[in-house]
Design a protein around this ligand. Structure first.
Ligand code: FAD
Length: 457
């Protein structure tokens, strides 16, 4: 198909707002960034294209939070841990009893999480603007600063002027508009597949667990899935149903199966992904009903508004975190977070293999401040799925607890920069690290806030 081009007349666009910090994207990284910037004194606006916060965790119904621990202790703390705890407190007594002390793979109740995020953002003084898409940026003459972003919503087109920007779109949309170099996927342009996650009601966890115990078919349910593939009840591809997150005995979130060849920065691909994803989910529900004890009456109550997207752009930052940094559990002088989640790269096509690489329990590597700093721009941070790393490390860094931690650091840095009118690179990283420790983050054994406090002796 070929498209003609049409030149629109030059248009003067009104300035609708003037803020210190604009955060684009309300996923894990954007929520933490906005709360952190506002709590540290910046007039902060968070813009989100959907009508609620949560990104993949609510938009795409990703059913659980990945581990906050290194299998020995919590290493993601601060705002992310507080938000997860608030979600637990907002759930009913049964949920709290079961998950109160769990820090790894905590199931998400998406409707409760949306309300928790609204309240936490507003209580901390964040201004929210939903149903709004950012589609352009206004650059300074030397192109090193973003002076405003161009938005479109039901009220029309307008410009939000800002001193600093946090690109938490997960796809590095703002960075791409500003000309930041990036990479997308693997060397052949291959991308991890998407998954249409969904919630099933009317299921019976006790019966399901009894079946697992009886068959010895453990968590992966491999044999059952293989049988269904052989029978043609399921397509070829992912064989494990490890992604079951039980909100209660009768409601389960499902992350199972793949949709291949979807580039989440293209509307046409996302459209196909939604349609294929829903079709696959429907087939899976029939499989669950026919093959899996406890699921005979399963009823799908919701599927993701969008196909879950694991990877698109990775910005090129001042530092590119590598698989070697991960494997050697390296630390950096400018660490603003630690990561222990395994490298988890999903197959790019139905014949491919999954890649998993774990660090030993108790080990983590540092996430340096420089991975948040996009090359060529002086007043922007990029936390979250699109932060600067190689492809292997993105397969680990991308999970929600890490996104919270990178977001918190970006927001705190923006608020600090504002106070001294500094660039993102002009922020005192040692002071930033102190501030993060004061505000609950964890930067390794040697750097706890308690350890840093002056002793009375
Ligand atoms: C199928 C799947 C399963 C996963 N499983 C887990 C898991 O079990 N546990 C876990 O912790 N992580 C999991 N992850 C990873 C994790 O969910 C994401 O990587 C993480 O949510 C990324 O956070 P983010 O803030 O960078 O981006 P996102 O969560 O994608 O949030 C970005 C937000 O920005 C908004 N946005 C984007 N562009 C614009 C624009 N131009 N204008 C306005 N708004 C915009 C989007 O609407 C979205 O709300 C999974 C991911 C997928 C896809």
């Amino acid at each position: 198909m070929s498209f003609d081009r049409v030149t629109l007349p030059a248009e003067s666009i009104p300035v609708s707002r003037n803020v210190d910090v604009v955060v684009v994207g309300g996923g894990a990284s954007g929520i933490a960034a906005a709360i952190s910037a506002a709590a540290n004194g910046a007039d902060t606006l968070l813009i989100e294209q959907r009508g609620f916060l949560g990104g993949m965790g609510t938009v795409s119904l990703v059913p659980a939070f990945c581990p906050f621990t290194d299998k020995e202790k919590p290493i993601i703390r601060g705002i992310g841990l507080e938000l997860m705890d608030r979600m637990k407190q907002a759930c009913n007594a049964d949920y709290r009893k079961e998950y109160e002390h769990t820090l790894d793979w905590v199931p998400i109740d998406p409707e409760i999480l949306k309300r928790v995020y609204d309240d936490a953002a507003l209580e901390n003084g964040v201004s929210l603007l939903f149903h709004t898409f950012v589609y352009d940026v206004v650059l300074s003459q030397d192109k090193r600063n973003i002076e405003g972003i161009v938005i479109v919503n039901k009220s029309g087109r307008s410009i939000v002027r800002c001193k600093y920007v946090i690109d938490a779109t997960g796809d590095a949309d703002i960075s791409a508009l500003a000309g930041v170099p990036f990479q997308k996927g693997g060397e052949q342009g291959e991308l991890q597949p998407g998954t249409m996650c969904y919630l099933l009601a009317n299921v019976d966890r006790r019966q399901f667990h009894a079946f697992l115990k009886e068959t010895g078919d453990t968590e992966q349910l491999h044999a059952t899935v293989e049988r269904a593939i052989a029978d043609g009840a399921l397509p070829e591809g992912r064989k494990s149903i490890s992604g079951l997150a039980w909100v209660n005995d009768y409601l389960v979130g499902v992350n199972f199966g793949h949709v291949f060849g979807v580039d989440g920065t293209k509307a046409e691909d996302l459209t196909r992904g939604s349609i294929e994803g829903r079709r696959l989910a429907e087939r899976q529900v029939r499989f669950f009903r026919d093959f899996v004890p406890g699921f005979e009456q399963a009823h799908m109550v919701a599927s993701g508004e969008q196909l879950g997207i694991r990877e698109t752009r990775r910005i090129q930052g001042d530092y590119v975190l590598t698989a070697e940094d991960f494997m050697e559990a390296r630390s950096f002088e400018d660490d603003i977070a630690r990561n222990a989640y395994y490298i988890d790269i999903h197959l790019a096509n139905s014949k491919g293999n999954m890649t998993f690489t774990h660090l030993p329990p108790g080990k983590s590597h540092g996430v340096p401040y420089r991975v948040l700093l996009p090359i060529g721009i002086d007043n922007m941070w990029v936390p979250g799925r699109a932060a600067s790393s190689d492809r292997a490390v993105q397969g680990s860094l991308r999970v929600m607890p890490n996104c919270f931690a990178m977001g918190q650091a970006s927001g705190a840095a923006a608020a600090m920069a504002l106070k001294t009118l500094a660039t993102s690179r002009g922020v005192s990283v040692s002071r930033l690290r102190e501030l993060l420790l004061e505000q609950g983050a964890w930067l390794g054994e040697a750097h706890s806030y308690e350890a840093a406090k002056p002793s009375n002796a």
